[in-house]
Design a protein around this ligand. Sequence first.
Ligand code: TMP
Length: 308
Amino acid sequence: MKQIARCIRRINGKRDGARRIGGEKRRAENAEQQQESKRGGFSHWIQADKNNRGPAAGATVPGLRAHECYDARVPAKKTRGRFITIEGLDGCGKSTQLGKLASVLRKDGINVLETREPGGTPTGERIRSVLLDSRTAGLSPRAEMALMFGARAQHVDEVILPALAEGTWVLCDRFTDSTEAYQGGGRKLGSAPVLALHKILCHNLQPDLTILMLSDVEASVARARRRNQQRVPSVALATGSQPADENRFEQESRAFFQRVAAAYKAIAKREPERVFAADARPAPDIVHREIVAAVRGRLMGGKGTSAQ
Ligand code: TMP
């Protein structure tokens, strides 16, 4: 318990610095947006027709080619959505927290997409069932890592990037930090191949904010095991056949999960400006308030309605 508290203090100690970095980044983005709107959309050059369908038919605009005139009808640049990931050990309560955060952001009028890994696309969900099913025996650590990235590459291209481009905020239950913690740490493949594959396959896409839920290893894994046992499909119980499940990782040893937890802490220490470490042990509502405060402080300049 004391160890987790110490670790959270150490990791979050640099939060103020992170806010400053966030502030500079925002100022730079604002300046860029102002420049963009000055150049922007060429709208000050173009006479829209009375139905606001862009340049009047036959209008010519000095220095512009046709497709540029067409481009000028759409806003110069939509504000990109924010990408938030949530990480932690199995059973730490991250999915609950993701749902609660999504409701708060929606109340603020933000378009939110909740998604998860492995999964998030039809192909990714099929890969998920192979990866998590305890009937998948003898999968090598490298094959496991490759499948995680197969699902992720599809997820990034099919869902995450298009949503962010539309201005939607994407809340993702696990992302590449999970691969670094579970395959890099738990399976002992190391961080280097994970980060290299992320660059090659996922455009090196970085979350704007990662919420890392720090929990007791034993308590989390016991909770995940209980939860997954309750999910045994009734058809399988009736027929006595071995059902598909999501138990493969929960069967790992205590030492495996200790390595996963250590890898997560190392990531948080390496990237304090991106990773917010939350104490996952208090009641869900208390954890929720802490998470909402971090999101508002780091991504919204402290604005927004209350954490309900
Ligand atoms: P969850 O969606 O219930 O958290 O389960 C996903 C499981 O998959 C969990 O045990 C962690 C594991 N996992 C990895 O090992 N590597 C990864 O890259 C991801 C996304 C998940």
